[in-house]
Design a protein around this ligand. Sequence first.
Ligand code: UDP
Length: 412
Amino acid sequence: MQKKIMMLSIHGDPAATIGSEEQGGQPIYINDISKLLSENYEIDIFTRKKNKVEEEIIKIFPNVNVIRIQAGPVEFISKEKIYLYLNEFFMNMIRWIKKNKRDYLLIHSHYWDSASIALKSKDYFEIPVVHNCHSLGRVKYEVIGKTKTPFADMRLLEEKLILKYSNAITASTPQEIENILNLYNVMGENIKLICAGINENLFRPIEKKIAAKKVDFNSKNTILFVGRINKEKGLRILIQALGQVKKKFNQEIKLLIIGGDISEAKHSEIENKEKKHLKELIEQLKLSNNVHFLGSIARQWLPYYYSIADICVVPSLYESFGLVAVEAMACATPVIASKVGGLAHTVKNEFSGLHFEKENFKDLAEKIIELITDPEKINKMGINARTRVSENFGLNKTVEQIKELYKSLIES
Ligand code: UDP
């Protein structure tokens, strides 16, 4: 009989469309690791049902099911408000588990909204919990200084509890370990550094000519942005920087923006507001012919876009890991990233890309010009970038470490 793992990803559904509001790196990472973990384990991933037409269970790989549990209204709710429905989620999930006679050996939970359910399940089933924070409230509210949302204090409390009482915490960068130790007043003896990883067979360098033909786009001096369309992702800074670059560089330059929902009707409120702001900025800076919104693009197509780009820019105000930077590097595309969170660790300055001071569009513009005018440097950094990913951020290594951790907890 296969060993069964219960995975919790309350707000990010690994079987839903990627790139739109709140469907970012977390469900992708869960999807990727589950596929490899399923060689040894059977995995049920519990998530909140958001859509009436969605099926209750989806088999995303032979041994991996996504199970949608009803909690609160069956519609999109921002992750800040999910707190209200966590008890209902727990009760309905337990009912489902009993009805379907599932027997789990371990819980692997993701993000703080899964934390309280993970701890309750730990007591209920008397099995160990592994938790991956993905992002930390104290960093958000105390280090970056974001305004607290209505349930922010509950988030901080849940985080503290999970950091203290879970059997293992997996941190994806050394910086995250430091943040946990400095900001949460916990001993941290349960923390393990397991860097997030990406699939190097999918994200690989593709010859520019071939990639350009495949996506039907051919232009010189191409900058790429991939990510959700919200203020934290820093697109405003990139567009302001592009305004400067265009003035000084005086050459054809293109910015491709991938992410967000393509169908206008499905745009979330946050995404709509941000897009409106960006479009005004683009008009104001006379960049309409330089910027192209391509909408959300399926993952298997992204390597072609990373490969046609001369540079990928990740201008986030904060990023706990930042898969996009690593994916671009794996495709041998240098990355210019703000020096924050995970990006400070994944992108090696002057080796696989350049860092710029967060929110400083003038600094970003200088870094873009520095690279775009030096094709030799772009080439060299591209090669370095691919090496950096192979040595540090391959998915196989990540999953081997997770398997080791599971084994140590299940067999102890
Ligand atoms: N992504 C995608 N299609 C899109 C936009 C984004 O597949 O149209 C993926 C991207 O490749 C990356 C993830 O979404 O794997 C975003 O993860 P990241 O860690 O960079 O940011 P997050 O969304 O978690 O803040």
